[in-house]
Design a binder for this molecule. Structure first.
Ligand SMILES: [Zn+2]
Length: 447
């Protein structure tokens, strides 16, 4: 009898252990969820001296609490990329990558109503912090979504990865760029990437399928120098100003398309003057009775990936820096509008891309509304993945929220934050359950 009793105890114990293994308890109250977000926001990862290791420590500890595998890789010393993994039942299928950057831009604390590192929640439920929109919210929403999925006993078919990358705010060259071309990334066999988007003041979420490519253009004019009193043709200043006028007219034509509602901001070519450099300086200021022999202007030009790069460069060469006006041009940065296969670096938003359909459906299922997909007006890390021909969707679930990234008093309301977690649960579950076909959901390299 004693033996039997021990055995039945053992059986009961096994049952209990089995039950807990099936349903590990990772559930959290809203206040715990918000408190984790606040903790992450309070870690000072502001450029130019982000505390990346403190952020990595926090992410890994959170990952451990929900049984995700983790590894930290320094592709560049001092700039850790944290990769988390939830292995799917069929690890041979292309995986899902949820990307976010850990760094934030600096802030002028004196211009904020609450400290930018305080993560204070005011009586209206607004969480004030640098990174509350861009993009610590998204990184933590991924984690919370996975916590919920694990708690429900969800088992992914495809492997899910999360990457927390450094240095996005300084161009990503030492973060996502290095990661995307690494063997580690290749091994991950990524089929779809989710990365950041933008807040939306209206009720619709915004999703981005491409982004404008920076062409930082410098035009330079040369001409004979002369006395400040002399009138003559073809001075460097006169030649440059004619070009500046031509650039200004083009800028107006593009801006008018946006103002009239004919085009979205990301669909036009933007041009803004970044600097003007001319004149002969002296210890007391500029020399006034001298016309300089050189004059330069720099423009931040952004080209949508749908534009024809040849005609854009022709415009620069023929209208902005024509040889006939003794002008030359050069690029300080020129990002190709094409991926490595020579196609526009955009993610399809039609039936040719099953990930897009799944995304749309999943957002809707979670009660979210989605606006028309857009081209991101500036740059994000998504481009390093699109360059490889991998589909990437830029999405930050923040509706009814003013766009405050890089601005004073950046905030996100706690309700939007919590709702966003459920939207991610819906998307990640749909993606992780997607069986696909031999040609669907594969990276283009495999086709
Ligand atoms: Zn960002």
């Amino acid at each position: 009898m004693a033996v039997m009793s021990n055995l039945s105890h053992l059986f009961l114990l096994t049952l209990i252990v089995f039950f807990f293994n099936l349903s590990p308890s990772f559930s959290s109250s809203s206040s715990e969820v918000l408190s984790r977000f606040q903790q992450y926001l309070r870690i000072n990862t502001a450029q130019p001296n982000p505390d990346y290791f403190e952020a990595a420590k926090f992410i890994i500890s959170d990952a451990n609490s929900i049984s995700l595998q983790s590894q930290t890789i320094e592709f560049v010393s001092g700039k850790p990329v944290v990769i988390l993994k939830w292995t799917g039942k069929d690890p041979n299928l292309p995986s899902i990558l949820l990307n976010s950057h850990t760094d934030v831009v600096p802030s002028e604390a004196s211009k904020w109503i609450h400290p930018p590192l305080g993560a204070h929640i005011d009586s209206d439920g607004r969480i004030y912090a640098r990174g509350s929109q861009d993009m610590k919210c998204v990184g933590m929403q991924y984690m919370e979504a996975i916590r919920k999925m694990k708690n429900r006993g969800f088992e992914p078919l495809r492997t899910i990865y999360l990457s927390f990358v450094p240095d996005e705010e300084t161009g990503g060259h030492e973060g996502a760029a290095k990661f995307a071309i690494s063997d580690v990334f290749k091994e991950m066999n990524v089929g779809i990437v989710l990365d950041e988007g933008l807040a939306s003041p209206g009720e619709n979420y915004r999703a981005f399928y491409g982004e404008r490519c920076p062409w930082w253009t410098v035009i330079k004019a040369v001409g004979a120098p002369g006395h400040g009193a002399k009138l003559f043709d073809n001075s460097a200043m006169e030649n440059l100003l004619k070009s500046v006028e031509s650039v200004r007219r083009f800028r107006t034509s593009q801006f008018d398309l946006v103002k009239s509602g004919l085009r979205e901001e990301g669909d036009v070519i933007s041009v803004n003057m970044a600097f003007l450099k001319a004149g002969t300086s002296s210890p007391t200021g500029f020399v006034m009775n001298l016309q300089p022999s050189e004059a330069e202007a720099g423009f931040d030009v952004r080209i949508p990936p749908t534009a024809d790069p040849v005609s854009v460069e022709r415009r620069i060469a023929e209208e902005w820096a024509p040889v006939s006006r003794n002008m030359t041009y050069s690029f300080k940065q020129k990002v190709s509008v094409h991926d490595k296969f020579g196609k526009p670096a955009i993610t399809a938003t039609d039936s040719s891309n099953p990930w897009w359909g799944l995304f749309e459906e999943a957002v809707k299922k979670a009660g979210g509304k989605l606006g028309k997909p857009e081209i991101f007006p500036a740059s994000t890390d998504s481009r390093y993945f699109r360059e490889l021909g991998i589909p990437a969707i830029g999405f930050s679930p923040m509706a009814n929220t003013p766009i405050l990234l890089h601005d004073h008093n950046e905030f996100l309301s706690k309700d939007e934050y919590l709702k966003g977690i459920d939207v991610y649960v819906s998307i990640i579950e749909a993606y992780a359950s997607f069986r696909g076909t031999s040609s669907q959901g594969s990276t283009r390299e495999e086709l």
